[in-house]
Design a protein around this ligand. Sequence first.
Ligand code: PGA
Length: 237
Amino acid sequence: MIVANWKMYKTQAESLEFLQAFIPQVKTTAPEREIVLCAPFTALGIMFKNLNGSQVRLGAQNVHWADTGAYTGEIAGSMLVEIGVNYVMLGHCECRQWLCETDEIVNLRLKAAQRHGLTPILCVGETKKQRDAGETEKVLINQLRQALVDVDRSNLVIAYEAIWAIGTGHTCEPSQANQVIGLIREQLDNKDIPILYGGSVKTNNIDEIMTQSEIDGVMVGGASLDPINFARIVNYK
Ligand code: PGA
């Protein structure tokens, strides 16, 4: 599974321009490679109408835990489903850092996503300070334990994000990422949950990352904004 996290990039026009260049590049991609574009809310509806039968799926970057209500600035699951969204990213470190997302809130959002038939992509990861203090395992176990209370393990994707590698150009060594993802899998009863790696995935490291035994895919930020680069990542060797 290859997930693009566009963050707060791309207008509707820019998203359509991306699709126009990207879709032909993935025409012959093996159908078992799941391609997910997590675009801004404003672009998702028009993107869905322009997928033209391709295997590309859409993801949102948030969902609220209530079905409707007085929650200014939030988005409900039904609103995402209506416009063709299949996935939703939750617990990204940027939301934890800038929007004060706690594990409890992430848990509520996860359950709401599943209630609406969306597949949540739960992001977990440790900061550089936590890593240096030898706390990686403890931090990840805590995040998983709290975020996954009463969550259906059969409709879930997990993304391990080495926070210190996000947007920095410092990739986690593929073997290191593999080891951490193995650790995450040990915590899960369902060993089939896809676990992705995120953090400075680029065209020049994707092939090696995907050789790792525990890594089921990647979440790509910066390098997913260019259709040709992202197609190269999707079509990893
Ligand atoms: P990056 O972002 O690829 O730009 O490091 C990854 C992410 O935030 O998911």
